[in-house]
Design a protein around this ligand. Structure first.
Ligand code: KG4
Ligand code: ZN
Length: 351
């Protein structure tokens, strides 16, 4: 089966072709038009997707060495995301599927991240047998879920305010770094001291409110933002500039520690054998290293997608569509296009 996947939920226009369970192409065009705005401008994003969608889809089909007529199915992100941006890819995909007379599969972007560690090219390209803990950390979401092999899942924790990616981007902006600041902080932190300053780790065993921590799988990153701002206001610019790498490493350490602690606590609580970490922030080198060490220590299998599949890409959209088809999870084609996430399962309260 040949599946074309299309992803346009934010500022990446991406198209990928899955050929009988292997990635034939995965073309990603990252928008540059937002430089100078400090974030993604929704209207500019939609217009840029409109400009790029045809050449990107054409190049994905060409690179996969097939013609459009050899496609069996088309999948596209149906949300969550910037609504105008989502609509560009979705309408294009549905129109193209209709014209070719093949099925169209709408895919939830966050669920695609959730299963992105099992994209055909991954070391483990099968969804693990038995439940596993999934941590999705992206620019808009921080979601901890208990996932089953049949693709069903229950959300057990989420952020109460900022997402992990937002925490990187917003604190990075305070340091004067360009958007998205996550990869820049990652780079600066590689030569910085993570213990230079102890920024807060909210809702963990190390936070002041640790009493309410036990069994709480929710996250909160807005306090970190305030703490970084206060720290910056207290220190002269020259001092901050001289210690930029150390500050970046300390911010990264605070975010990463929380993510690792919660993922491990959830895996122990629900007695699963495996953890998957995905979404843009899973490209972070410190998070990858810390998760690897923690999973080895506690005896969990760790699944993280290759970095190209961590950030937004269409291969994960095509891959989840393939999984849904193989497990008979594609029903009628009705869907809601939603800017906010609507997750299939009810939130499970651990206690
Ligand atoms: O999943 P993604 O590509 O888009 C969304 O669905 O939001 O995630 C983008 C987020 C941004 O906040 C970006 O700063 C962050 O992922 N990110 C990183 C790294 N690479 C991307 N954060 C920390 N370290 C990185 N290496
Ligand atoms: Zn994403």
């Amino acid at each position: 089966m040949n599946i074309l996947g299309i992803e346009t939920s934010c500022d990446e226009t991406s198209a990928a072709v899955l050929l009988d369970g292997r990635v034939g192409s995965n073309v990603i065009s990252s928008q540059r038009c937002h430089t100078g705005f400090g974030g993604v401008v929704p209207e500019l994003a939609s217009r840029e997707h409109e400009r790029m969608i045809v050449p990107i889809v054409e190049s994905a089909v060409t690179q996969a060495n097939i013609t459009k007529n050899e496609l069996d199915c088309i999948a596209a992100t149906a949300g969550p995301g910037l609504i105008g941006a989502v609509m560009v890819g979705l309408c294009f995909a549905e129109g193209m599927a209709f014209a070719l007379g093949i099925p169209f599969v709408p895919v939830n972007h966050i669920e695609a991240h959730m299963f992105s560690a099992f994209i055909p090219e991954s070391p483990v390209h099968r969804v693990p047998e038995g439940p596993f803990i999934s941590l999705v950390v992206s620019g808009g979401h921080t979601l901890l879920s208990l996932v089953r092999e049949d693709l069903g899942y229950e959300v057990i924790g989420r952020t109460l305010d900022d997402a992990a990616g937002e925490a990187f981007d917003k604190t990075g902006k305070m340091l004067g770094l360009a958007y998205p600041a996550g990869p820049v902080i990652d780079r600066l932190a590689s030569t910085g001291d993570p213990h230079f300053h102890a920024f807060p780790k909210a809702l963990t065993s190390q936070s002041q409110t640790s009493k309410s921590y036990r069994g709480n799988f929710d996250f909160s990153f807005s306090g970190l933002k305030t703490s970084v701002l206060t720290w910056l206001q207290k220190h002269p610019e020259e001092f901050v500039a001289a210690h930029l790498n150390d500050v970046a490493a300390s911010i990264q350490h605070a975010i990463v520690s929380v993510l690792v602690e919660k993922a491990i606590a959830a895996a122990r609580h629900f007695r699963v054998r495996a953890i998957s970490v995905a979404g843009g922030v899973s490209a972070n080198s410190a998070l990858r290293q810390a998760m690897k060490e923690a999973c080895m220590r506690h005896g969990f299998d760790l699944h993280i997608p290759g970095t190209v599949y961590s950030t937004d890409n269409a291969a994960m959209i095509a891959s989840l569509a393939g999984l849904m088809l193989s497990k008979g999870k594609v029903g009628n084609n009705r869907y809601d296009v939603a800017p906010f996430a609507s997750f299939g399962a009810t939130t499970r309260k651990p206690h």
